[in-house]
Design a protein around this ligand. Sequence first.
Ligand code: ZN
Length: 468
Amino acid sequence: MLRVITMLVVMSASVLGTTSTAFAQAPGAVVYPAPEGETLSGDFTVTVAGQAAPVYVCRVSAMPFNQVWPGYQRPIDQTELASFVYWDMSAPVDVEVVSQRPVESVAIRPTARGIQPQVEGNRIRFHLDTPQQLTVEVNGWHKALHVFANPPAVTMPDPNAPGVRYFGPGIHRPGRMTLQSNETVYLAGGAVVYGCFEATGATNIKILGPGILDSSELERYFGLTDESKYLDNFGGCIHLVGCTNVTIDGPILRDPPLWCLSTFNCSEIQIAHIKLIGLWRYNADGIDLCNSRIDRHFSRFPEEELERINALVPGRPLMERHDVRGSLPRGTFFRSRLHADGELLSVRPDVYVLRTSDNQDFILNIEGGVYRETSIGFSFRKPECSVCGKDLRACDHIPGRTYGENLCHCVLRDVLEVIEGSVVASGSQGTRFVAGTRALRLDDALAAARRDFHTPIELGAGGLWEDE
Ligand SMILES: [Zn+2]
C-alpha cells in the first residue's frame, strides 16, 4: 500500500560557479559625454571625480495631483523641466554641483542617507561612498536635479555578435522595436534612443546598458483598440507579453506616453538598476508586473540551514505546486537525511504516498519520470548578499550579476519553518525526485510516521453522543 519516494532538496555554491569579470576596475567614476543634438539642462553643471558630467533634461509634473478635465491628461502648463545626471562608479567620489539659480537652501534626499552638502555661493559639494540615487533640491523641490550614481554597467556585448542590437553614443530614432528570442539590446552610455521595445512570447532577451530610452515621441495607445490594448504595447518604454528569461539592467527610461515598463504573464524576469524619470503624463505608471514571476534562481542554502531544513521536513506534507490553500496533501515526509556528494550537500527527505485510486495517476507520473521537479515551501528571515554579507534588500548588489570574480547570489539565512514540499513543473534549485538508495522497511517507516505525526483516529469505537 505504500510507495516511498525520496525527494532531493539540494543547493550548493558549486552549482553556481563563476563567470568572467563584469566590469573594468577603473577607480572613481565613468562619465559618458552627451550626444550631439541633445538639449541639456541650463539649471546645473555637475562635476564628478573631477570630470564634467552632462546634465540632461526631463519633463516632470509641477503639481502634486493630476485631476484636470478634459481627459485627465495633465496640460503642459502644469509641468516643468527637471534635470538629471548619471555616471557609473566603482569607488567613492566627490561631486560638485553648480546651480545657475542663487542658492537659498539645499536638500539632498532621501535625507536618511545623511549626505551633508557643503554650500559655498552657488557651489554644492558632497561625497558619495557608494552608488545610489538621490535628488539635489535647490530652493525647494521644483526643478530638482536627479542624481543616478550607478554601479559599474554590465559588460557590453560584442556589437557585431548575432542577436545584438547595439546603440552606441549618439541620438537614435528607431521608433517601435519588436524583440525576438535570444536578442540583446545594449544602450551605451551617451546614447539616447527615441523609441520603445516590445516582445511577445520571446525567451532569453536582455535590455542592458546605462543609456537613455526615451518614448516621448511615440503615440499614446498607438491607435490600439480596447480589445488589443493589454496584449500590444500601448505606449510604454518596455512592454513584454508572455516572455521568459528576461534581464533589464541599467537603462534610464524617460517620458513614456503610457505604462512605462510593463510585463504580462512573463517569468524569470530580472529588473535591476533601471531609472524611471519624466513620468508626468496620466497613467505613465512605473513598473507593472502583471501575472509575472520574478526570478529567484540565484539563491542557495548554507550548510547549517540545510541541517535545519533536514530537521524540519519530517512530518510536513507533500503537495502539488505549493497549493497549500486549494488542495490536500498527496503524501507525508516521514524522515530526512543529509547526503554529501563531494562538495555538494543535499537534504534527502523520504515521503510516502498511499496507493489509493486517487493517487494512482500521481504515482504513475512520478515513476514514469513526468513529474520530476520538486521544491520546498519555507520561510526564512534573511536574504544575505554573497558579495558583501549584508541583507540583499539593503545593499546594491544584484543576484545574478558578477562583481570581480564573485557571482552575486542570495544566501538564505535563518530558516524559520518548512511548510511543505511540492511537485512542481520547474523547481528553482534543480531539485527532483531521486531513486531510493537504502533498503527500506516500509512497514516500520509507516508505523514510525503514524506514531510521530498522526495520532490514528479510531472510528466507531466511542459511544453515541446522547450517552455523553
Ligand atoms: Zn551586497
